[in-house]
Design a protein around this ligand. Structure first.
Ligand code: NDP
Length: 404
């Protein structure tokens, strides 16, 4: 019997929901490209329910306890006195979501001698020190594709919100105003603009497909070039490197994993190569951007706007500069955890656990690290190394007073 330690975000401030805005979510069996959505033998939750917060438990308690395993769920994940830190030494499996990541640093992995499996309920395993995972023989998995389309929809929304100046316009109405000139003095049409993605994997290419009808010029850079027929169908211009891409783009959307190659890619030097007044939309990982360089570029006008839902660390301290920098459209990390996405990644987590307990192979596309090396999807999209440095700052969120 094993101990499964699961870290989820807090329940809503006014309690776990007893009813929902809608009665169902669409049923999706395949992703673009043909990969099937998760195929666990059974699920014990209602698709469309809140599964990603502590009381939702990813719908796993009945399944795990039915097999005789111990299941510990907490949101208390940061700092030496956290429940996560206390429970980790006895844990065999850790489940965590990127939205509220339980950082598995090398130090924490060293303190967890039984730990064999780390599951990311979602996509993006940069909260695990992958180098340490490789060295300790851990298996690291994620539920590939589970929320890629969710994020692509969100990124398109953020691009339009920034370019059209939606958020300040909404703000005028809420404030009781009718300030048309204030609202439109930073409002443009997306039509005719040049939009580029850094990374054209599942999310990046879904954004490109969604933007095609907006009559924009579409550009991309990636480690691997897309097939010629895809480039032709979408009218894509390929760039061999990110510098070449950003020089021509009005809007840049970031869609790579965070790994040593992409950490702080958007620094002062790269932002200086962008067109004055460009926009950045980053729904990939906060640390791909240099936090202070983004603030400086918004203050100076080099960037006209920055939006996204990813920060470093998470939760960000209450005095994190991205909360107060000008012309931003930041939210908490929500794009990949819509109720529809939760149903898929909860089912995918269950599928991975079923495979693990029954000693059946885990789908190759879910593997990031296995057998002491990058594996499956991880071998394609990540580089070995560690991107968790500085994550201990997340503990400051709980100790700072709101607004402080
Ligand atoms: P994919 O693996 O399908 O795509 C990532 C792409 O980035 C791949 O095509 C990869 O190249 C490319 N890439 C990797 N390194 C570089 C680099 N140095 N320069 C240029 N391109 C690079 O993943 P997804 O599209 O599904 O997800 C991408 C990321 O988005 C995730 O890793 C995660 O961090 C983030 N994400 C955020 C979510 C949210 O809620 N905000 C939810 C889901 C994901 P190749 O494979 O060709 O080598």
């Amino acid at each position: 019997m094993v101990k499964v330690l699961c870290v989820l975000y807090d329940d809503p401030v006014d309690g776990y929901p007893t009813s929902y805005a809608r009665d169902d979510i669409p049923s999706i069996e395949r992703y673009p490209g043909g990969q099937t959505t998760p195929t666990p033998k059974a699920i014990d939750f209602t698709p469309g329910a809140l599964l990603g917060s502590v009381s939702g438990e990813l719908g796993l308690r009945m399944f795990l306890e039915g097999l005789g395993h111990t299941f510990v769920v907490t949101s208390d994940k940061d700092g030496p006195n956290s429940i996560f830190e206390r429970e980790l030494p006895g844990a065999d499996i850790v489940i965590s979501q990127p939205f509220w990541p339980a950082y598995l640093t090398a130090e924490r992995i060293a303190r967890a001698p039984n730990l064999k499996l780390a599951i990311t309920a979602g996509i993006g395993s940069d909260h695990v020190d992958l180098q340490a995972a490789i060295e300790h023989g851990l298996t690291v998995t994620e539920v590939t594709y589970s929320n890629s389309i969710s994020v692509s929809e969100h990124a398109v929304m953020l691009i339009l919100s920034l370019v059209r100046n939606y958020i300040p316009s909404y703000g005028w109405v809420v404030a009781g105003g009718w300030n048309i000139a204030d609202a439109v003095s930073r409002s443009y049409d997306l039509e005719g603009m040049t939009v580029g993605t850094v990374g054209a994997g599942r999310i990046g290419s879904a954004i490109l497909r969604r933007l095609k009808p907006f009559d924009v010029k579409l550009h991309y850079t990636d480690r691997h070039r897309l097939p010629a027929d895809v480039e032709a169908a979408l009218g894509l211009t390929y760039h061999r490197d990110v510098e070449s891409l950003v020089r021509v783009c009005d809007v840049v959307t970031i869609n790579t994993p965070l790994h040593p190659e992409t950490e702080h890619m958007f620094n002062d030097a790269l932002i200086a190569k962008m067109k004055r007044g460009a926009y950045i939309v980053n729904t990939a990982r906060g640390k791909i951007c240099d936090r202070d360089a983004i603030g400086r570029a918004l203050e100076s006008g080099q960037l006209a706007g920055y939006a996204g839902d990813v920060w470093f660390p998470q939760p960000p301290p209450r005095d994190h500069p991205w909360r107060t920098m000008p012309h931003h459209g930041m939210t908490p990390h929500v794009s990949g955890t819509s109720l529809a996405a939760q149903a898929r990644y909860a089912a995918g987590t269950r599928e991975i656990l079923e495979c693990w307990f029954e000693r059946r192979p885990i789908r190759d596309e879910y593997l990031i690290v296995d057998g002491g090396k990058l594996a499956g999807a991880g071998a394609h999209s990540y580089s070995a190394g560690n991107a968790t440095a500085g994550s201990d700052e997340a503990a400051r969120f709980r100790t700072q007073a709101p607004g402080g």
